[in-house]
Design a protein around this ligand. Structure first.
Ligand SMILES: [Zn+2]
Length: 273
């Protein structure tokens, strides 16, 4: 048996005594021990860290229930404190956290999606508020994104729309009846897009213009009701350039018969005598 082995064995057999010695030695040479420990640590940082991690993992595995219980209890008793701490930590490490989260979701796409889905199902009320806020903040970005998506997934989007229409016939009919005005504008917009001109005004603006007529056609002066007035392009689309922009001042409400008899003429009924 080598001296080293002998010593090891002896220490194992005399644990109490060894502990006493170590304590005494430590008390007497605190600084020295500390320095030595530090030196060792700096020389073997990675090794020490690995060892510590392994030990911590082992300890956690062995005492999981105990630790979780303790954490739960601590969290309950220190809600405010923890909240403040988390906020402070977040502010201090914002960029780091954001980067980490981004990396993590990139690496664990499926998992993250699943978690979000579950959470959304569990918290529908919260989600509504969040979505609204998020939408208001990122309107332009979202519109751009969905436009790109539609462009790149034309077939998929079309198929999905077809399926939805088949499965929700009743719902769609009801919606159409309720939103006739809006729908006719949407259809006009679609038509305009097809003809390669751009409608640069909102539904709100258009509805305001409709309401200003009190339901009377500006050309024949007949009352037809706001719902029956149609959108007319003052300069007909057939005469517009590709990509020409129509603002709210470039369109007008007309009754159906005036609209179709106007044909290719450029007439702004609001500004003629
Ligand atoms: Zn008319």
């Amino acid at each position: 048996m080598s001296k080293k082995e002998y010593l090891k064995k002896w220490r194992e057999n005399n644990k109490e005594r060894v502990r006493g010695y170590d304590k005494k030695y430590y008390e007497r040479d605190k600084e020295k021990v500390r320095k030595k420990k530090l030196e060792y640590y700096y020389k073997n940082k990675d090794k020490v860290k690995d060892k510590r991690n392994i030990y911590a993992k082992k300890y956690y595995k062995k005492n999981k229930d105990k630790i979780l219980k303790y954490q739960k209890k601590y969290g309950k008793n220190n809600k405010e404190k923890l909240k403040k701490y988390r906020e402070k930590y977040y502010h201090k490490n914002k960029n780091k956290i954001k980067r980490y989260n981004k990396d993590y979701s990139k690496k664990n796409k499926g998992k993250v999606k699943e978690i979000i889905k579950k959470w959304r199902k569990k918290n529908p009320k919260k989600i509504k508020g969040y979505d609204k806020k998020y939408y208001e903040k990122n309107k332009k970005k979202i519109a751009e994104k969905s436009k790109n998506y539609r462009k790149n997934n034309r077939k998929k989007v079309l198929q999905r729309g077809k399926k939805y229409r088949i499965n929700n016939k009743e719902k769609i009919r009801e919606y159409r009846q309720k939103n006739r005005k809006l729908i006719s504008l949407i259809e006009q917009k679609r038509r305009a897009r097809k003809m390669k001109v751009i409608h640069d005004f909102s539904t709100k603006e258009w509805v305001a213009k409709l309401q200003a007529t009190n339901g009377v056609c500006p050309n024949c002066q007949q009352f037809v009701g706001i719902d029956k007035l149609t959108l007319d392009h003052i300069k007909p689309i057939s005469k517009a350039k590709n990509g020409e922009i129509y603002t709210i001042d470039d369109v007008q409400p007309l009754c159906k018969s005036c609209n179709s008899s106007k044909k290719d003429k450029v007439i702004d009924y609001a500004n003629t005598d």
